[in-house]
Write a protein that binds this ligand. Structure first.
Ligand code: ZN
Ligand code: ZN
Length: 367
């Protein structure tokens, strides 16, 4: 069938709205009429060509919509079901069988390589292949083909424009605190960066019952939003000594630091922000593959510190996304406070707004 898609024809775009052909779903595949899709930072990193994607390509990995058709053997959803899309995984390897699909041994072929295992694509344009299957969906399009492991059925009254970003950015931030670092009530938390992922980490800290939540963020509007969403303190990193500011609030250091910025001059300071037995979670991807976090070894041994990398908040999405939806329903995850909607054909404007701090989480709507 034909549909409109935001096609990236060369590195760094722009995205062109063009007509493409979407295949019928094969066995195990699910075709979804996309109604809303968030724009995530990873879309822009991959759009730069840094990850080696072949162009033309269709990106988009925070899709939400209505099941249009299912391939043979699909039992978890049926046409007409409202669904959220998330990242894909193989379901067979050791991390997958340990409910850690974000660390699937086959994460790249299942999420980042724009063809099926047999080399075919689900999207073509004028008969020529278009890279697809981005995070098992490529949802910057009227229709997306996904799989049972990355499709979650939601209630018929679910607001897809609000919930779409749960599939990546929100579960990444909230999961980093709730799952990866397993925050406990009464602990202290520092979150570096108050974009969509950082604000989700702040809300995760509040849900966990953290006693002190400190947001470090240069933009004043985002600091105010962090305070509104659960941060007890907000620090402007350009206003002076950041470590002294943190220790002025938590004298012994913080139990947890979550970096969502990937901005190494501030990330490097995190090793001096944590308390004894403190743990640092690295979520934000630095601009350079060569970025290094220096650890003072003697100090590190003395305090029993931990640093760990985090993908997708260690989410097991078919389990964790329903928990996040319940938190949203109960008012504990008000993501609509920082999302802004655009039409699919405004995708370039939405990205420009995000770059200029005019929007935190852009969500594209498709009729
Ligand atoms: Zn796997
Ligand atoms: Zn993402």
């Amino acid at each position: 069938m034909q549909t409109q898609a935001a096609v990236l024809n060369q590195p760094n775009g722009p995205f062109d709205i063009q007509t493409v052909e979407i295949a019928d779903p094969l066995a195990g595949e699910i075709r979804v009429a996309v109604k809303a899709v968030g724009i995530c930072h990873t879309d822009l990193v991959v759009a730069s060509g840094a990850m080696g994607l072949q162009f033309p390509a269709v990106l988009g990995h925070e899709g939400a919509g209505i099941v249009d058709a299912v391939g043979a053997g699909v039992t978890s959803v049926k046409p007409g079901d409202k669904v959220l899309l998330t990242f894909n995984s193989c379901g067979q390897c050791k991390p997958c069988s340990h409910h850690e699909p974000a660390y699937c041994n086959h994460f790249v072929p299942y999420n980042m390589v724009g063809v099926r295992i047999d080399g075919s694509t689900r999207i073509t344009r004028d008969g020529a292949a278009v890279s697809d299957n981005f995070f098992g969906q490529s949802s910057f399009a009227g229709y997306a083909i996904s799989n049972e492991r990355n499709v979650l059925k939601v209630d018929d009254d679910a607001d897809l424009a609000v919930l779409a970003p749960l599939g990546c950015g929100i579960q990444t931030g909230a999961g980093a605190v709730l799952r990866s670092l397993a925050a406990k009530a009464g602990e202290t938390l520092v979150v570096i960066g108050a974009g969509a992922v950082g604000l989700s980490a702040v809300m995760g800290g509040k849900i966990a019952g953290c006693a002190t939540i400190i947001a470090i963020e240069p933009q004043e509007g985002r600091r105010a939003l962090a305070l509104e969403l659960g941060a007890t303190h907000a620090i402007d990193p350009n206003a002076g000594d950041v470590v002294a500011a943190v220790r002025g609030i938590v004298a012994d250091g913080a139990d947890m630091v979550v970096d969502t910025s990937g901005y190494m001059p501030v990330v490097a300071l995190s090793v001096n922000m944590i308390a004894n037995r403190g743990r640092i979670g690295l979520v934000g991807v630095p601009g350079s593959l060569d970025a290094v976090l220096p650890i003072p070894v003697v100090q590190w041994i003395t305090i029993g510190g931990t640093v760990r990398g985090i993908i997708e908040g260690d989410s097991d999405p078919l389990v964790f996304l329903p928990e996040l939806i319940a938190h949203h329903k109960a008012g504990r995850l008000p993501i609509e406070k920082f999302s802004k909607t655009y039409r699919l054909d405004q995708i370039n404007e939405a990205i420009d707004d995000a770059h200029h701090g005019k929007c935190i989480k852009a969500v594209l709507l498709i009729d």
